[in-house]
Structures are given as C-alpha cells and as structure tokens.
Design a protein. Structure first.
Length: 408
C-alpha cells in the first residue's frame, strides 16, 4: 500500500475521511495546533475533532507536539503531522542553474540540495539531462519510490499552473505537450508547475517573514525582477497565473531593448541580467574595479553575486551600480505601495543580498515618490530564507496540492 493510496484510503471513509484530510492539511499549514484551533478551523464539534485526531494518531499520521499556551486552565495538547509520510521532489529552474531537493510532508529537506549548471532556453532536449539527475536523486535517497507523491517545479516566465504551460522556456515545437505533462510522462507521478516568484511568495507566507500577514509583497530581485502578491492571506496568481510580471512594465522611454521584445522594461535597468551587463560594459570601457580580479579576468563570469561581493569589499564601481538599481527599484516599488497598500515588502534574490547598498537608495526613492501616509504603514525587510526560498515554495505548493486533490 503506497502512501498515496493511504490518503485515498482515508478519503474512502467518506465524510469523516474528508474531514481527516482537511485536519491534516490544516496541521500542515499551522505546523501544530490545539484541538480547539482545529475545531474552529474545520468547523467540527470538539468530540468529533477529538475522535478524528485520535484515529489519525493511531494511524501514525498525527503526533503530539508538546503543550500550547493556557488561558488559565490546563495547557492544551498540540498536534502536528508526523514526518516522512510522503515526499515531494522539488525543482527550482533558474536562468543558469537548476536546484533540486527532496522534502517530506512536514517540509523537512531530505539530504542535500543538488545544484546543476544549466542554461535555460526553449530547448527541451537538453532539459532531459536535468530530469534524469532529478530522478537519480530520488533513486539514491532512502525514500521508497511509492512514497513520492509528486514533483513540484518552478521557473521564470509566464507559467499557467492550471494548464501546465510555460510560454517562455522549454517550449519545444516538436512536442506540443504542456511542460507539466511532458515532465509527468517522464517521472510517471503527478507534476505541478508555477512561476518562480509565486513559489517565493508561498514560501514567505508559509514559513518566512510573511507568515501570519494578510497583505504583503515579495519582490524577487534576481536575474530578473518579479513580484509575488499576497492579499487576504493568499498568494494571488491572477487569472492565468501571470500576475506580478513587473519586470516588463515600462520604465524608460526609448530605453534599451528587452529580451521580451519591448523597449525600456524595468528589467533593462534593474535586474541581475542588467546589472551584469552594465558591469561588463563599464569594465570593458575602462572602469576601474576589483571585479576584474574577482572574475579572474574573465568578464563573462561577472554575475550579480560577484558584484555584491565587490561592493562588500568597498569597490566604488560595484556600489554605484547597485545604488542605481536600488533607485530604479525604489521608484517602481513606490507605484506598488500606492496600489497595494501592503503592510510588508520582502526582498529576495541575489541582488537583494546586497543589503544596504540596495535598500538605502531604494528607500530614498520610495520617500521621494510615495505618499507619506501610505509609505509609513509599509515595512521593508530582506528575506531570511536564502536560496532555498523557491524550493520551499515548490514543496509547500506540492503538499497543498496533494491534500487539495484528495478533498475534492
Ligand atoms: Zn521586457
């Protein structure tokens, strides 16, 4: 009996089975909860909730996780999902690297994350080697294949989670299947895909700085620029999953040509790609910078992380580049603050790692362009999830999806 079938088995119990799965899903979202919290959330009586929880404990899906705070009486028992019930293989596809990791149903990573150098393009043929390495990772883990509930992927570009299509990358003309279906045929388990910034927003909402927040924005400043929108405590993906494409909003009149085909997009002046391009052009034009040494005189190797490293070592050219990006991002964020009135903006990604070199000019821009009353209500912070943010977002989406599929 596979765990997948085990969840199906719970579902077959009828109404109480569906309620058990809803309880498990709720425990996943909260981490741990008291009987009272579960009753209120699932809208069941206390005796029914207790009976269902005790059956879940007996079947080793749920275990006690210590005591909660008391309101004067006895401290309540807290319940949480048991670890290792099922696993999600997570694949975070970036422009030049793919990160792969396995997570269990409690988001505990299983073994190390694998980083594969890979140049993302339309070519599906070359992507086969990445898929093979992902399959190897599962094979080499101690996890029984039947406990693999599915694969959850994220990548840049317009990605529709409903249809499983990505419109920018891995769109081989010889194979018209949506990317999701193409991968599902390879793995022979369910596959889900989403946009990278939505994955980042989901990880922040579930286990990062947006946890418990109702209205927050997640600004991904990496090779590209993207926006994750959290409203009313949910990640809002838009009608087709395309929300948050701020990298391609018009920023400069008669600006540089963007890879999307338009001119003057925000990404042409405030992205990792733009930053690396400006650094290379500047140095080629004779700008003095330690980036030359840091890249071992190979200018092609200059990437955002290297520019941040140079800035941290006091390199004026790198600091100036980051400052310009910060000002431009700040101007764009002002528009977002005015539109969304968020309580929190979380910055993520390689460029966000530049810290104050980015945030100070950014704040200056925000103060210049934003209405004070709205700006005052917005806190701006850096993510502390690091490079695992997108993978975690894939894992959260995978577990959510698995439960939702079984409560339909
Ligand atoms: Zn563009």
């Amino acid at each position: 009996m596979t765990q997948n079938n085990a969840l199906k088995k719970i579902k077959k119990e009828g109404k109480s089975g569906i309620n058990k799965i809803r309880i498990l899903h709720y425990l996943f979202k909260l981490g741990k909860a008291s009987v009272h919290q579960v009753c209120t959330a699932i809208q069941l009586s206390a005796p029914t909730t207790l009976a269902l929880l005790s059956e879940l404990v007996n079947d080793s899906w749920v275990e006690k996780k210590g005591l909660g705070n008391s309101n004067g009486g006895r401290k309540p028992d807290l319940f949480g999902m048991a670890a290792g019930k099922f696993y999600i293989l997570c694949i975070n596809i970036e422009l030049f690297t793919v990160h792969i990791s396995l997570f269990d149903n409690t988001l505990a990573p299983q073994g190390k994350t694998v980083a594969i150098p890979y140049s993302l393009s339309k070519d599906r043929e070359s992507f086969q080697s990445v898929l093979k390495q992902a399959k190897e990772l599962v094979k080499n883990s101690n996890i029984p294949q039947e406990k693999l509930a599915g694969v959850s992927m994220c990548l840049p570009g317009l990605t529709n989670p409903e249809t499983g299509e990505n419109f920018g990358y891995l769109t081989d003309n010889n194979d018209t299947r949506p990317l999701r279906d193409y991968c599902a045929a390879f793995f022979k388990v369910p596959v889900i895909i989403q946009n990278d910034v939505n994955a980042a927003a989901l990880s922040e909402l579930h286990c990062g700085k947006a946890k418990g927040k109702k209205n927050a924005l997640v600004l991904l400043m990496d090779w590209g620029v993207g926006l994750g929108i959290i409203m009313d405590g949910e990640v809002r993906k838009g009608a087709s999953g395309f929300s948050g494409e701020i990298g391609h909003i018009p920023f400069e009149d008669n600006g540089a040509l963007c890879y999307c085909g338009k001119h003057g997009c925000l990404e042409t002046v405030a992205s990792g790609v733009a930053l690396a391009k400006m650094a290379k052009e500047g140095i080629a034009a004779g700008q003095h910078s330690i980036l030359k040494e840091l890249s071992n005189q190979e200018l092609e190797k200059i990437e955002p992380r290297l520019i941040v490293e140079a800035a941290n070592k006091g390199d004026l050219f790198a600091i100036k580049l980051l400052s310009n990006v910060g000002s431009n991002i700040g101007k764009s964020i002002s528009t977002l603050i005015q539109i969304f009135n968020p309580e929190l903006i979380i910055m993520e990604g390689r460029i966000a790692a530049a810290g104050e070199y980015i945030t100070l000019p950014m704040l200056q821009s925000i103060n210049t362009y934003c209405m004070l009353q709205i700006r005052e209500k917005t806190e701006i912070v850096s993510s502390d999830l690091g490079i695992s943010a997108n993978l975690l977002g894939c894992a959260v989406e995978g577990v959510n999806h698995f439960f939702e599929e079984h409560t339909k």
